[in-house]
Ligand binder design. Structure first.
Ligand code: ADP
Ligand code: MG
Length: 579
């Protein structure tokens, strides 16, 4: 674990070395200061040589300037080191999450991924900077100070050092309390965040139920809880700081009085006496640092542990070692005895055999939950089958790289996911290399041109968060334009028009028919009118593939499909449209 942690320093070793050596020099200068004062009082002062005193003063000034500069370096470059490491880890985590398979996202909360990528890593940056440096410097200062004090007077040195543990206990206790208080405060601010997110993204529901007052009250409760938690944290902080302050003064006082006695009984000089008192101040710093680390270390390491847990989780669907980029596919899709379940105790698909000839349009119908979407998710290898094999143009899909496979499959779903941005950006998502002309061409084919022309900003119109400013039909046409740009040989339309009214559906149907031309197309549909022209219809029920054939064959056969057909036909005759 620690070794893995330190491996993140490797790209920044120059920064680390500069930071670390500066910190060591600063610590040495810190230790040298009391010694210099002692020399000043004991040797220079009695000599009365004013020239040497001024010269020494100038020398000390230079040393101070150097020390100040190095402290700046430690502060700035040290934090830079921490931030760099944090940024590296954050990038690694994001890239890793992007590569995860669908099942990972089925089972992981978005909020958790977000807090791993943001909060968890804050403490890591701090630890990366302060961890190794502060421990080393603190130990070095403690030993150095003790050694120098011991040199002056062993008895007094032991008295001063013995008080360090007492100081540490007070500081550690305070830090533990502070840690608890901060943690509670972070929990409360997370609640406030969650409340804001909920109320703001649901504001349309809030206002339609006129529940604003309710939301405000609820928010104020969380807000107040946060206030109390933060107040408490500051109170503990103030108490801790006061106790540490008191303890350090006590230690200084003891050394002052005992030192005075040692001085008066001629065991140490005046210079040594002053130097001793100054050393006590030097001793306090490392104690402070170590106690701060006691707090930082568990926090940072807990974050790092969560980080490695995620990083070590390999994506479920991966390129096999022998996988090769797929050739340009025609779309001859074969399912051989395919079985699949989302979890081990329930099979969604059992021994599915299916053959979709290249260039044809095949419709899938059947009750909701039967597994139609699942069948389609297996073709781009969003999930791997448990048994059996899927092949395209005779090549098993595991033998192709997932990129080259997914590149040739286009999916249009009922819920279109659009990104915050402009219309042009969202269409171009289908092919990031597309020129503006190609984007416009695709929009035209998707029957989107007229709508865009009517907008004041045209293609540069912002569509709002997730396409909020567009109607369902407009979103769907945008998705179709995107697919024209992607131009895949295999197309999957998963209830692409199910959420639309009949009039809108007809416009979109025209665009979809154009899109499906010269491609192998799988259509999942509720309304049978939309699949009237399919080359073949596959009826999927809980029992698997129940019937297949042409539309007319299946009606004539008088099975499940015929019943479905008759009921929809009757409804439409009565003027009732389904859904
Ligand atoms: P259809 O598209 O025919 O309506 P689906 O393929 O979406 O059906 O679902 C088939 C079955 O698999 C359903 O019982 C559904 O609850 C289950 N299912 C679908 N997606 C998931 C998932 N991501 N995780 C677990 N179970 C799922
Ligand atoms: Mg479905």
């Amino acid at each position: 674990m620690l070794r893995k942690f330190f491996s993140y320093y490797r790209p920044h070793r120059r920064l680390f070395i500069i930071d670390f050596s500066s910190a060591i020099i600063v610590a040495i200068l810190e230790l040298a200061f009391p010694v210099a004062v002692q020399y000043f009082i004991d040797d220079l002062l009695p000599s009365g040589n004013w020239d040497v005193i001024v010269q020494t003063g100038i020398l000390l000034l230079l040393v101070y300037m150097l020390s100040t500069f190095l402290q700046y370096i430690v502060n700035y470059l040290g934090h830079k080191l921490g931030i760099n490491i944090e940024t590296d880890m954050r990038r690694e985590l994001f890239n890793h999450v992007q590569k995860q398979s669908f099942r990972f996202f089925d089972n992981t909360k978005t909020g958790h991924i977000m807090s791993r990528i943001t909060n968890d890593l804050f403490d890591i940056g701090e630890l990366a900077h302060h961890g190794p440096e502060d421990i080393f410097i603190a130990v070095m200062t403690l030993i150095g100070a003790f050694f120098l004090m011991f040199n002056i007077n062993p008895e007094l040195a032991v008295i001063a050092i013995v008080m360090v543990p007492f100081l540490s206990i007070v500081a550690t206790y305070g830090n533990i309390q502070m840690n608890k208080a901060w943690k509670r405060m972070y929990g409360k601010i997370a609640d406030v965040n969650a409340r804001v997110e909920d109320s703001v993204s649901g504001v349309r529901v809030v206002q339609s139920f006129t529940n604003e007052q309710f939301e405000m009250d609820r928010f104020q409760q969380d807000n107040n809880q946060f206030r109390l938690a933060k107040l408490r944290a500051y109170k503990v902080m103030a108490q801790t700081h006061s106790s540490i302050f008191m303890m350090t003064r006590l230690v200084t006082l003891v050394v002052l009085v005992v030192g005075a006695w040692f001085t008066l009984s001629d065991q140490i000089t005046y210079g040594e006496f002053v130097s001793f008192v100054l050393f006590v101040n030097v001793l306090i710093k490392p104690v402070d640092k170590i106690t701060a680390l006691l707090e930082l270390y568990p926090k940072g390491m807990a974050g790092f542990k969560r980080f490695t847990e995620l990083i070590d989780q390999d994506p479920e669907v991966q390129n096999l070692p022998h996988a090769k980029p797929a050739p340009l596919l025609k779309g001859d899709i074969q399912f051989n005895d395919v079985s699949f379940g989302y979890d081990s105790h329930k099979k969604v698909l059992e021994s599915i055999n299916l053959s979709i000839p290249a260039g044809q349009t095949v419709a899938f119908v059947g009750p909701s939950g039967a597994g139609k979407t699942t069948i389609c998710s297996l073709i781009p290898r969003f999930y791997d089958v448990n048994e059996g094999e899927i092949s395209i143009d005779g090549i098993p899909i595991q033998d192709m790289t997932t990129e080259s496979l997914r590149h040739q499959i286009g999916i249009v779903q009922q819920d279109v996911f659009l990104f915050t941005g402009t219309i042009r950006e969202n269409i171009a998502y289908g092919n990031l290399a597309a020129s503006d002309e190609e984007v416009m061409e695709a929009a035209k084919k998707a029957h989107l041109e007229e709508f865009v022309a009517g907008l004041p900003d045209g293609y540069e119109t912002q569509i709002g968060e997730r396409g909020l400013k567009l109607s369902g039909g407009q979103k769907q046409r945008l998705a179709i334009a995107r697919m024209f740009l992607k131009n895949p040989p295999i197309l999957i339309l998963d209830e692409a028009t199910s959420a639309l009214d009949t009039a809108t559906e007809q416009i979109i149907q025209a665009a979809l028919t154009e899109l499906a031309e010269n491609r192998t197309t799988l259509i999942i549909a509720h309304r049978l009118a939309t699949i009237r022209d399919a080359d073949r219809v596959v009826v999927v029920t809980e029992n698997g593939i129940e019937e297949q054939g042409t539309y007319d064959e299946l009606v004539a056969q008088g099975g499940v499909f015929a019943t479905l057909h008759n009921s929809q036909f009757r409804e439409s005759k009565l003027g009732i449209t389904k859904e």
